[in-house]
Design a binder for this molecule. Structure first.
Ligand SMILES: *[C@@H]1O[C@H](CO)[C@@H](O)[C@H](O)[C@H]1NC(C)=O
Ligand SMILES: *[C@@H]1O[C@H](CO)[C@@H](O)[C@H](O)[C@H]1NC(C)=O
Length: 767
């Protein structure tokens, strides 16, 4: 327990009667007198206030009840399952209550459960086991519930809802538990309500890969290694507040209950008024699936190992029906060491949330290189982010993360380490929309970067120019700490992965940079930079204007090249990309953000790939760029355009490209004909890449699907390195063209009085 706030709860005496407690809390004031004898002084600071706008009042949970159900324990660890006593030095073989299908009636209320649960599958303090619908739908009237129950010092979870639906779990306190405390198991569980429950001091358990800490992972995996010749296990430790893990198909005895992909598309239901704090890893995670097949020779990872998973909620869990965003409302996350929340997938929207004192407040991560559910977006509105609040925590002797911080450099608990770059919102992939959010008390220190807005570090993936921020407010945030693009050094490593080099976001109303309509970009990315951009050295960024989009270039045969892309008007500032995908894939993918209506050349560190597919990403209809691809002399080409619909997994050919002997004739015309120009002397194959179809607002691809151009090249066997830069320039240098319009005018017109426009426009970037 490194984070010191209120992990250790109070034991309360005297015990107020339930009803009295209700009454007082309903009028919003409760006075608690803590009788700390025989406990002595409280070890840690317990906050009882709203600090810097974030409600950090400590939770108070009543553990004692008049009716107690408890296990009878041995005084030492008892090894009823392999290796248990290498993890626990106490007996973990407690009692359990199991409710199975066709039970008569179950209403558990006002009970104290102690020493319950076991470190074997299926034995938990309260366990609804494959009980089906337990509410009116299943014929239970009144519906089944678990209410006003305290579950503490348990040896396996608190309440397990397994293959059961419609259960109400209300006012349940789980304290000092092994493994996920409130737990739904196989994936098909629906309509269950967890209302006003409290789970705290939840510790690692051996049962599932997602329950284990890294030591358990290692030791248990080694046991597997011996019996199955196991390798390459991936197992993340617990320590997460709320965690939505997606089961692509239901597991365990629920296998077959729904068709593949159902849970990834299932609407979330209601998630409101929850809070998570003092978690080692994250307050909330929506991410990951579990492996749903047992270990085999082909894939040796055991069943339920965490794998990747992408959430994209749609009506009736049907990806062809309208989107049904997951709304996360009034969520509070503070003093979570790594993340307040890490939310992956499409259409996850947050409203009225609060984040404070987390390493990283919030990461909104779309589907990855492509949003899995094209047309979806993530957003956060009306929310508050506090970098370092007035809740300083408690200094303890063995506390390695105590150090100076905040605006006054006082001693405080720090997330992860003294030089960890604290961030409010971290951009990763996209598209995302950040609107009406306040950032408070983010300030860099000597030797520690800190910023309200920043980027995922060591990022191989795309950065989307449609990541928008609007109506951002800064309080006690020096301008130098508003944004940080990173620099090589601790935590940032070389800052040389493709996503690190191409980071960008759109400052729609100028509330971050003072320049409405501008884009904030990494300072040395000349694919989107020009000399009229305004450098912000403290941010390692630039404020730029322009029209941007992305291209994804897939390279086959070989799939291991480094790509160099050069914009013709700033040819002495090339961008080098190594590709987003792991080395084992059969193609590599490069994802630069580009300036539209410009010319580029592309080069390789070995012989050019035999096949390229170029995807036009975030291009609106008629947007274009011109690209010269470097190939060896003697190469011949076959080039076509097509449209790929990712949802239906269908591809249609839309045209063929023919050779022209005049550069001026380059055209990419729909539906049937395009021209390419092969300048064999410089080694450049020129194409004009132009989007033919309309695009919806948040989509990456057109309404008809993703427009692509595919090049197949027959390359002479003896060809050398395909780097044509020396031949290409100065021949293809372009003069920077100045676009003469006031970038901000339209934005300002929308909500500012006309007399201000002239004045504000002088602060706009005018080209
Ligand atoms: C902005 O967010 C705050 C909450 O942080 C809210 O009180 C206010 O009404 C919001 N403003 C608008 C214009 O929505
Ligand atoms: C960002 O704003 C642009 C217009 O400036 C809009 O086209 C785009 O859809 C917006 N993206 C998001 C995620 O809100």
């Amino acid at each position: 327990t490194v984070f010191a706030d209120s992990i250790t709860p109070f034991i309360i005496a005297p015990t107020p009667p339930q009803e009295a407690q209700r009454e007082t809390s309903s009028i919003g004031r409760v006075t608690l007198k803590l009788d700390l004898v025989p406990l002595g002084k409280a070890t840690y600071l317990h906050i009882g206030e709203v600090v810097d706008g974030v409600d950090m009042r400590a939770e108070v949970g009543l553990l004692s009840r008049n009716v107690v159900v408890m296990g009878e324990m041995e005084g030492r660890c008892y090894e009823y399952s392999s290796k248990l006593c290498s993890f626990f030095d106490f007996d973990t073989f407690g009692g359990h209550i199991k409710i199975a299908l066709n039970f008569k009636a179950t209403h558990i209320e006002g009970l104290e459960l102690k020493y319950m649960g076991q470190q074997t599958m299926g034995h938990y303090p309260i366990h609804f086991h494959m009980a089906g619908d337990v509410d009116e739908k299943g014929g239970y009237n009144p519906p089944t519930y678990v209410k006003d129950v305290s579950i503490h010092h348990t040896f396996s979870r608190c309440v397990t809802v397994h293959g059961s639906n419609g259960l109400l779990v209300k006012d349940v306190v789980g304290y000092d538990a092994l493994g996920h405390c409130f737990f739904t198991e196989d994936g098909p569980e629906e309509r269950n309500t967890f209302d006003h429950c409290l789970g705290l001091l939840v510790k690692p358990s051996t049962l599932l890969p997602s329950d284990r800490d890294s030591r358990m992972c290692k030791l248990i995996t080694e046991a597997f290694l011996l019996s199955f010749l196991f390798s390459d296990d991936r197992c993340l430790s617990q320590e997460t507040g709320f965690w939505f893990v997606l089961h692509h198909v239901p597991t365990g005895p629920s296998a077959g209950m729904y068709s593949p992909g159902y849970s990834e598309h299932m609407p979330m239901g209601k998630f409101s008024n929850n809070r998570a704090h003092s978690n080692y890893r994250a307050g909330m995670i929506i991410d990951n699936g579990v492996k749903t097949t047992p270990a085999s020779a082909k894939d040796k990872r055991p069943i339920l190992t965490l794998i990747s998973g992408r959430y994209s909620p749609h009506k009736d869990a049907d990806p062809l029906k309208p989107r049904e965003p997951a709304i996360i409302e009034h969520f509070i996350a503070y003093k979570n060491q790594d993340h307040g929340a890490w939310l992956r997938g499409g259409d996850v929207w947050l409203d009225n949330c609060q984040f404070a004192d987390n390493g990283i407040g919030l990461t909104l991560a779309s589907g990855g290189t492509f949003p899995h559910d094209d047309g979806s977006k993530q957003e956060i509105k009306n929310s508050l982010f506090v970098g370092e609040s007035g809740n300083l925590g408690t200094e303890t002797i063995d506390n390695e993360i105590w150090g100076p911080g905040g605006l006054d450099h006082r001693g405080r608990t720090l997330p992860i380490g003294p030089d960890f770059p604290i961030r409010g919102i971290q951009f990763y992939d996209g598209p995302i929309n950040v609107q009406n959010c306040t950032f408070r008390k983010f300030a860099a220190l000597d030797g520690r970067h800190t910023s309200a807005l920043a980027f995922r570090l060591n990022n191989a993936w795309q950065s989307c120019p449609n990541n928008n921020v609007t109506d951002i407010h800064f309080e006690d945030v020096p301008i130098t700490s508003r944004v940080f693009f990173g620099e090589p050094g601790p935590w940032f490593n070389g800052l040389d992965m493709d996503g690190d080099k191409t980071s960008v976001f759109h400052d729609v109303d100028g509330s971050v940079s003072e320049y409405p309509g501008s884009y904030l970009i990494k300072e040395d990315n000349w694919l989107i930079k020009h000399p009229d951009c305004i450098d912000m050295p403290d941010w390692r960024g630039s404020i730029c204007s322009g029209h941007f989009a992305q291209i994804y270039i897939q390279a086959y045969k070989p799939a291991n090249l480094k790509m160099k892309i050069i914009k013709n008007d700033y040819h002495d500032h090339p961008l080098y990309l190594e590709g987003a995908l792991s080395k084992s894939t059969h193609y590599q993918q490069y994802q630069p953000v580009i300036t539209l209506r410009k010319g580029y050349t592309i080069h390789w560190d070995k012989t050019a790939p035999e096949e390229l597919a170029i995807w036009l990403i975030n291009f609106n209809k008629n947007d274009w760029i011109q690209v010269g691809f470097c190939y060896p002399k003697g190469t011949t080409f076959s080039i076509l355009s097509d449209i790929h619909n990712r949802l239906l997994k269908k591809t249609y050919k839309t045209g063929t490209f023919y050779r022209t002997s005049q550069m001026e004739k380059l055209e990419h015309r729909y539906p049937s004909k395009g021209y390419y120009y092969w300048d064999e002397d410089t080694g450049l194959l020129f194409l004009k890449l132009k989007a033919q179809n309309e695009k919806e607002k948040f989509a990456f691809c057109s309404v008809k699907g993703c427009e692509r151009i595919r090049i197949k090249a027959v390359i002479p066997k003896t060809a050398g390195v395909s780097d044509c830069e020396a031949m290409a320039y100065p021949k293809y240098i372009e003069t920077p063209i100045v676009e003469n319009y006031c970038q901000c005018k339209s934005v300002i017109l929308a909500h500012i009085v006309p007399t201000d426009i002239e004045r504000l426009c002088t602060r706009c970037l005018i080209f």
